[in-house]
Write a protein that binds this ligand. Structure first.
Ligand code: TYD
Length: 134
């Protein structure tokens, strides 16, 4: 997979409360090596503003809502996440920002690699150069 894609997760309806799940290589097309989450985001703040050379991610709005804005070097697409049973697959080499966090929103992010500062591209012009070169 090399395109961003919204993936619907299983939802087990239950009067006691609903349940969803993610299994590696099933709902997400990679091995899950790291999980992190973004929370307590003050109103109006944005996260991200970088690309990854190798890393793939899967982003779920476990609570609340936010927008993931992806730029592929040519054009930008905005994905609004507001349900805990949908996730956004983000391939490597996408510029990504997360914004418009609702109050008390919780972003869960699954990644296929350990944290590696050298994998980050933090300058948009540099990103476009690397993306369009390869
Ligand atoms: P960063 O990825 O830049 O945050 P965001 O893109 O959401 O704005 O990470 C912020 C800081 O947290 C940075 O100093 C690195 C650290 N960090 C880790 O140590 N491990 C991790 O898994 C992540 C995602 C970040």
């Amino acid at each position: 997979m090399n395109k961003p894609e919204i993936i619907q997760l299983p939802k087990i309806f239950d009067d006691r409360g609903n349940l969803s799940f993610i299994e590696e290589h099933v709902q997400v097309p990679f091995k899950i090596n790291r999980t992190y989450w973004i929370y307590d985001v003050p109103g109006g703040e944005r996260r991200g503003g970088h690309g990854y050379r190798q890393l793939q991610e899967f982003i779920v709005a476990l609570s609340g809502s936010f927008d993931v804005v992806l730029h592929d070097g040519q054009s930008e697409h905005r994905f609004h996440l507001n349900r805990s049973y949908y996730g956004l697959y983000v391939p490597a080499m996408m510029w990504r920002e997360i914004e418009n966090f609702s109050t008390n929103s919780l972003a869960l992010i699954l990644a296929d690699g350990r944290y590696d500062a050298n994998d980050y591209i933090r300058d948009f012009e540099q990103f476009k150069q690397e993306k369009n070169a390869g």
